[in-house]
Design a binder for this molecule. Structure first.
Ligand code: NAD
Length: 294
């Protein structure tokens, strides 16, 4: 069993980006610049955004964090999005999800300039992804594809089962896995909350990507020997033995399934760090697009 080290791979790729930034930004007036907007006090979102901003600093990007109170109106947030769209010194920006309930996420996503949508959530970028055109791939699925590629995990012709059909993970990863590309060319089944007898699909899967948000859902009797498991879930569960009182676990029951796997991603330290790296890769690409750098 190989444990896929998302943290180490992410550090390697960040090193590559940093070297490229050093090389290309010397000839430009400014380095790449990523902005992040955080609305409200969700503690998990605050951690994710902080990781993104800190990563920027480490690789020579400029970063801006715009923090807004929970009661921010949709109109106020739209105004921030408009300003960032027009700011020539910002290459890409993200609005951290989830947003407070009174704000319509779709309206916000639609308002982001697709050329600065480094999270890859805008329908224009999603459509280009589905058609195999160059675009910003959604950060988490992009991170998963990079992991499969760098670990030389062959998925062509393989039976891949995706659990969960969210717009940010399940649906786009099912498209990327099946695209005529490398990595790609897999036969993909997308399972969700209305799927009947889900274990019948998972037991036949060569590769499982699980993104449900249900702690320790995938058990050993649901998978076959040699399976590859990419665990996207990040769930906080109580852990009184820890100082914080909680710990993070994935959607797969790691201790149970790992002995049957050929490859598996841990939580934490698997897909999560790769999501951040993809965001940085997309921001660098946006910068190169702006300054017409090959
Ligand atoms: P979501 O919460 O929007 O949707 C969950 C999906 O799971 C839905 O499509 C639903 O149909 C399906 N589902 C729910 N219960 C099910 C069941 N019993 N059987 C079958 N399908 C079921 O999903 P999301 O936003 O993709 O998040 C999923 C998990 O991934 C969460 O834990 C989230 O925190 C995590 N996540 C991690 C990263 C990362 O960078 N590692 C990024 C995004 C999301």
């Amino acid at each position: 069993m190989t444990r896929i080290d998302g943290k180490a791979l992410s550090n390697t790729i960040k090193g590559e980006i940093a070297a490229e930034v050093k090389r290309i930004s010397m000839s430009q007036q400014r380095p790449p610049h990523l902005a992040a907007v955080l609305v409200g006090d969700d503690p998990a979102s605050a951690v994710y955004v902080r990781n993104k901003v800190t990563s920027c600093e480490k690789i020579g990007f400029e970063s801006t964090l715009i923090k807004k109170r929970e009661s921010t109106t949709e109109e106020e947030l739209l105004e921030i999005v408009r300003e960032l769209n027009e700011d020539k010194d910002v290459d890409g920006f993200i609005v951290q999800l989830p947003l407070p309930k009174h704000i319509n996420e779709h309206r916000i996503t639609l308002a982001i300039d697709p050329n600065k949508d480094v999270d890859g959530f805008h329908p224009t970028n999603f459509g280009k992804m589905a058609q195999g055109l160059p675009t910003f791939l959604p950060a988490t699925p992009f991170g998963i594809m990079t992991m499969l590629d760098r670990y030389n995990i062959e998925i062509q012709g393989k039976n891949c089962v995706v659990l969960g059909r969210s717009n940010i993970v399940g649906t786009p990863i099912s498209i990327l896995l099946s695209r005529k590309a490398k990595p790609g060319n897999a036969t993909v089944t997308l399972c969700h909350s209305r799927t009947k007898n889900l274990e019948e699909y998972t037991r036949k899967a060569d590769v499982i990507v699980i993104a449900l948000g249900i702690p320790n859902y995938l058990k050993a009797d649901m998978v076959k020997e040699g399976v590859v498991i990419i665990d996207v879930g990040i769930n906080r569960i109580e852990a009184p033995e820890r100082k914080s009182g909680y710990k993070l676990v994935g959607d797969a029951d790691f201790d149970e399934v790992a002995p049957k796997c050929s490859f598996i991603t841990p939580v934490p330290g698997g897909v999560g760090p790769m999501t951040v790296t993809s965001l940085l890769t997309n921001t660098l690409q946006s910068y190169k697009n702006t300054f017409k750098i090959q």
